[in-house]
Design a protein around this ligand. Structure first.
Ligand code: ZN
Length: 414
């Protein structure tokens, strides 16, 4: 299988998952008037309503459960922007299936029972840590369940236990790498591989972590609503993440229209669980942006691949047919010397045309140099994103700063 395809076998699994989901209050209500028996083609399936995080929030606390309470063995929770969390109930089989997928992730990275797996993601309501641990144990590797924080202790344990695999977010992996370099203890570190959570990270950061720790890096994908991390993993060929399609069906849609993107186009990942019991989800919008990776992977795995996550659909805008998201702009600005990481994009509609203005901060002061920088940014923007912006250089510190995530793109057209 090269890419995710709807087959009769998958359709049957989806129908089964729908029947099961409709045992619970949540989908009984959501799919009122819809029968799984009427879903007999991909077209029928694509008419089903999406499920979004806000819908799950309304089911708080246990409204998502599709099994009787005695079958639920654990819950996990994801935070929300509005304060009401989402709670996902798991059955015994869900917990086991998650570990099976996670062990497969480790195997895909060439990790074996002889490895010692240093786990820094957090434990608790959020799913990360325990998933990393259960997968390592199922594989037969030695789990070192550190959790986050206390860098001193992390480095000591890493040296004393001779950990060979580091599991971390990209930002924590970078912090540890820098600290190891600063202390000059790299020679006492036995790490060979890093398994890095799926938050967005640039190529520059990736190279720094890999070089400073002297490890091979692997991307792991997942979200709390669909088990947690571990539903997809990159292999040593570094060409996207293999998705475990025996447990899920995925689609890539245009986040604005909800329709499937054309082959090779980027869009939002939408997932339907095929085996989940506690809280099955049908057409769940992840808001993660990615694209299908065509062809068969050299590693020989038959699972289809998606590209590393490039951003969130909530942050994306479309101008004159070009898709713009902050990560792409981050990346292209990083290529230009003299341009800082801070920028703002304004999109306006004037005289029947969309106009895009890009403000970026710079350390350059000479007028001539500024104009030159603006031209470089404009050309690069056109080359990478497909449209010409009106680039305007401003002094360092001139753009507003925010303690929270800063807003980069302001769409004033509507
Ligand atoms: Zn592969």
């Amino acid at each position: 299988m090269n890419k995710m395809k709807m087959t009769n076998e998958i359709l049957e699994k989806i129908k089964q998952s729908m029947r099961h989901a409709m045992n619970g209050e949540f989908y009984k209500k959501r799919f009122a008037g819809i029968s799984p028996e009427d879903v007999n083609s991909i077209e029928d399936f694509e008419k089903l309503p999406f499920t979004d995080k806000d819908d799950l929030r309304e089911a708080y606390p246990l409204g998502l459960a599709a099994v009787p309470e005695e079958e639920i063995v654990r819950i996990h929770s994801s935070s929300g922007t509005t304060g009401t969390p989402v709670i996902i109930p798991y059955t015994k089989k869900d917990v086991e299936d998650w570990a099976v997928m996670f062990a497969r992730c480790y195997e895909t990275a060439g990790i074996t029972a002889r490895d010692r797996v240093h786990i820094t993601p957090g434990y608790g309501l959020w799913t990360a840590g325990i998933g990393f641990q259960a997968g390592a144990e199922l594989l037969g590797a030695m789990a070192v369940p550190m959790g986050p924080g206390n860098t001193d202790k992390q480095i000591k344990m890493m040296m004393d236990l001779k950990s060979t695999v580091l599991c971390a977010t990209s930002s924590y992996a970078l912090l540890l790498a820098e600290e190891i370099a600063r202390r000059g203890v790299k020679d006492s570190i036995c790490l060979k591989k890093g398994v890095i959570g799926s938050e967005r990270w640039g190529e520059k950061m990736r190279r720094r972590i890999a070089e400073e720790l002297g490890v091979e890096l692997y991307d792991i994908y997942g979200l709390t609503e669909i088990y947690g991390p571990g539903i997809g993993m990159s292999c040593k060929h570094e060409c996207g993440m293999h998705m475990w399609t025996d447990f899920l069906y995925y689609e890539i849609i245009d986040p604005k229209t909800g329709k499937a993107v054309r082959e090779g186009e980027s869009g939002e990942l939408v997932i339907t669980t095929l085996q989940k019991e506690g809280a099955p989800l049908i057409r769940y919008r992840t808001h993660d942006l990615t694209k299908e990776v065509p062809g068969k992977c050299e590693c020989g795995l038959d699972y289809p691949r998606i590209a590393t996550i490039i951003g969130r659909s909530d942050d994306m805008v479309k101008v004159k047919g070009a898709i713009i998201y902050p990560s792409r702009v981050d990346e292209l600005l990083a290529e230009v010397d003299g341009v800082s990481s801070e920028y703002q994009i304004m999109i306006d509609h004037l005289n029947g045309k969309d106009i895009l203005t890009l403000f970026f901060e710079t350390t350059a002061e000479i007028e001539l140099k500024l104009r030159e920088l603006e031209k470089t940014v404009e050309t690069l923007f056109k080359e990478k994103i497909g449209i010409f912006p009106d680039a305007k250089a401003v002094k360092l510190g001139e753009l507003p700063r925010s303690e929270k995530k800063s807003t980069r793109i302001f769409d004033n057209r509507y």
